[in-house]
Unconditional design. Structure first.
Length: 383
């Protein structure tokens, strides 16, 4: 499907009880009842839309930006209202995007727009500036406001939403790694408390329900626009690739009503895909490959989702690894290398790898998802 080609492009990009509970963890205070946080986010999105192309390109390299760069001060002044908006939004218990069922027309717009990650990137720059000035609480508030936005974009979302969630979360955690040595014991304790209260990422399988509704919602109107028998040149117009079209033509003979009934009966296959997606990592890939192979002839739509679903398993595992590496980094800064080595790597058989590099240390996870960059966390400002 054309839709899947778009998704492959997004997932191939390196990604540097949930939602209702999240706001209370975004700042040190208790949650504050208030208006729909989505409205505040939309105002902040307007600021993102106003960025010049060169500013957006600059922010995409935010990890390498020296905090003394004169442009940092300029962009932070411009972003001040947007940063206030996402902080206030993080305090609200309610975030209703009001989108209902996701359609292809929504992709790349609103909270599905990848450029909104620039809000989290600028929050990371702001946090580094606050930390450098000793304003630890402000630094953490900025970062956890960014994390709140990332999760509100991804939680309960389609594949692209989860990719954006991961991109935002990893940017925030990498920034936390950079500022760890400057937080001091009180700041590290504050950070640990916030992490204790932080809900884990939704499992990879949580994406299958929303994505299946998206796919079926995309196909139904396409089918309603063709005649009772689908002609050869119409399969591609519906949005199916050659393998899917061939399998569905064999199953239904091109009869539109039979194809619609087939789509309505895909629920158990989607459920099985979701189950396999959460299997322990060592056997997950093999189980998904077996599913794709055995279901291709009878459930081609579901089987065709396997590779993209495996991409989401990657990003969820990366988020889990990043959280554990930050815990190890806190132990390293606060209590030394022995304490660091007591924190297990959830994807290895012992502690994380550690490379001492003078001004900074590099923590590496054994998680190898075959993608770049490696799954690692730098503790301290580099260079």
């Amino acid at each position: 499907m054309l839709r899947r080609h778009l998704l492959r492009t997004w997932i191939a990009t390196p990604l540097i009880g949930w939602l209702r509970l999240w706001p209370r963890f975004a700042s040190a205070g208790a949650p504050i009842d208030g208006p729909n946080a989505a409205e505040a986010y939309r105002k902040a999105f307007v600021w993102v839309k106003g960025l010049r192309p060169e500013e957006s390109a600059w922010l995409r390299k935010s990890e390498a930006i020296a905090i003394e760069d004169r442009q940092v001060e300029t962009i932070l002044k411009q972003a001040r209202p947007a940063l206030r908006a996402i902080r206030e939004a993080a305090k609200s218990d309610r975030c209703d995007w009001g989108t209902g069922t996701v359609t292809s027309e929504m992709l790349g717009k609103g909270h599905f727009d990848a450029s909104n990650l620039n809000l989290i990137r600028v929050a990371c720059l702001s946090a580094r500036r606050h930390s450098r000035a000793g304003r630890t609480r402000d630094a953490l508030d900025d970062l956890f406001a960014g994390l709140t936005l990332a999760h509100r974009i991804g939680t309960g979302g389609v594949l692209i939403s989860r990719s954006l969630e991961c991109g935002g979360e990893i940017a925030a955690f990498q920034t936390l790694g950079r500022i760890l040595p400057g937080l001091g014991r009180d700041g590290l304790d504050d950070l640990s408390r916030r992490l204790d209260a932080l809900p884990p990422p939704e499992p990879a399988s949580a994406v299958i329900g929303p994505e299946s509704r998206f796919i079926l919602g995309y196909l139904r109107p396409k089918l309603e626009a063709v005649g009772p028998t689908i002609e050869d040149d119409e399969w591609a117009k519906i949005g199916l690739d050659a393998e899917e079209a061939a399998a569905l033509k064999t199953l239904t003979g091109g009869d539109r009503e039979k194809l619609l009934r087939h789509l309505e009966a895909t629920g158990p296959a989607f459920a099985e895909l979701a189950r396999r997606l959460d299997l322990p990592r060592p056997g997950c890939r093999a189980a998904l490959d077996e599913f794709a192979r055995t279901e291709q002839a009878t459930q081609p739509i579901v089987a065709g989702l396997v590779e993209n679903a495996w991409g989401i398993r990657h990003v969820v595992d990366r988020m889990k690894a990043m959280r554990s590496m930050l815990r190890a980094g806190i132990a390293l800064v606060r209590d030394g290398e022995a304490a660091f080595r007591a924190v297990p790597d959830p994807f290895g058989t012992g502690p994380f790898g550690l490379e001492r590099r003078g001004k900074s240390d590099l923590i590496r996870s054994a998680l190898d998802d075959g993608r770049k960059p490696e799954v690692s966390l730098s503790v301290g400002e580099e260079g």
